[in-house]
Design a protein around this ligand. Structure first.
Ligand code: SAM
Length: 283
């Protein structure tokens, strides 16, 4: 099962030669072993000396293995291109999950990515899902009460996706496997901002993007919206009909009309040139 999940993870993010990769909660190093073929700089971090010893035997000196906690990593800011945490997050105490994700964000480069693989709280497919869920449940229970209660809490909180978005990571790809019992999620550091929030925050004085702003009237300016030609025609039609409604409405209902002759966001529309205005006598 673990090998299958690891291979799906590699399909989701294929490392490039020379990248720095960190496995958080590397355990016996089976994940790092798989990444050896990509000629990358490999690092593994784990709390357990026994696990690290097994990883050392498996990996030799092809990876730097460090004893330590995910909440206080012995690495520099922006050190890694890629981090993995497979079956590590559910095992942590609930209160250490957010600090651990913050540490991962700290050690990842600005454009760095994080692959998380962990249990998923369903819904489960009738046969495969429930069978797999029962095996996981039994294994977690057998690992001891503390282990089991961390797992239960993780599932109750909605697994990985809730945790990731609450901690300022944005989900790039995700996949649910094994009948709904495992989730694989590729996230990046870019903070999630809703489109509405981005527009709300927009201030043209801080716009250094080089995209021009569209002036409408003397009192308003809005960011120019880039549109395809077809959309642009539709947008112009909408704007024209809105402008028509505006100009047909009573001036007393719009006391600002003289100071702001065009409603905010609407471009000026040139009046049609008649024969008379063009200097010709009308027939
Ligand atoms: C279930 S094992 C998974 C190991 C490995 N990632 C794999 O998939 O084979 C979870 C590992 O996370 C480690 N771990 C749990 N909490 C940790 C923490 N706060 N910091 C570092 N490692 C942690 C454990 O020691 C254990 O080796």
């Amino acid at each position: 099962m673990n090998k299958g999940l690891q291979l799906v993870g590699i399909r989701m993010f294929r490392p490039k030669k020379g990248m720095s990769i960190l496995d958080v909660g590397c355990g016996t190093g089976s994940q790092l072993e798989l990444y050896q073929r990509y000629d990358c700089h490999l690092y593994g971090l784990d709390l357990s000396p026994a696990m690290l010893e097994m990883a050392r035997q498996r990996l030799g000196d092809s990876a730097q293995l460090d004893l330590g906690s995910a909440t206080a990593m012995p690495y520099e800011d922006d050190q890694f291109d890629f981090a993995i945490a497979m079956l590590t997050i559910h095992e942590m105490n609930p209160e250490t999950r957010a600090p651990a994700l913050n540490e991962i964000k700290r050690v990842l480069k600005g454009n760095g990515q994080l692959l998380l693989i962990d249990y998923h709280p369903g819904p489960y497919q009738p046969l495969q899902g429930w069978l797999s869920k029962t095996i996981i449940f039994a294994a977690e229970l057998a690992a001891g009460w503390r282990h089991y209660s961390n797992y239960r809490n993780f599932m109750k909180q909605g697994g990985l996706s809730g945790l990731v978005t609450h901690n300022g990571l944005s989900v790039e790809k995700q996949q649910v496997l094994a009948g709904g019992t495992f989730a694989i999620l590729l996230a990046s550091k870019k903070a999630l901002r809703s489109r509405a929030q981005a527009l709300f925050d927009y201030d043209p004085r801080n716009d250094h993007s080089g995209v021009s702003t569209q002036s409408a009237g003397s009192c308003c300016s809005r960011p120019a919206i880039s549109t395809t030609p077809r959309l642009r025609v539709a947008k112009n039609r909408t704007l024209q009909s809105a402008r028509l409604k505006w100009s047909n409405s009573s001036p007393t209902r719009h006391p600002t009309r003289t100071s702001c002759p065009i409603p905010p966001g609407l471009p000026r529309i040139q009046p049609k040139r008649t024969l008379r205005s063009a200097g010709y006598p009308e027939p």
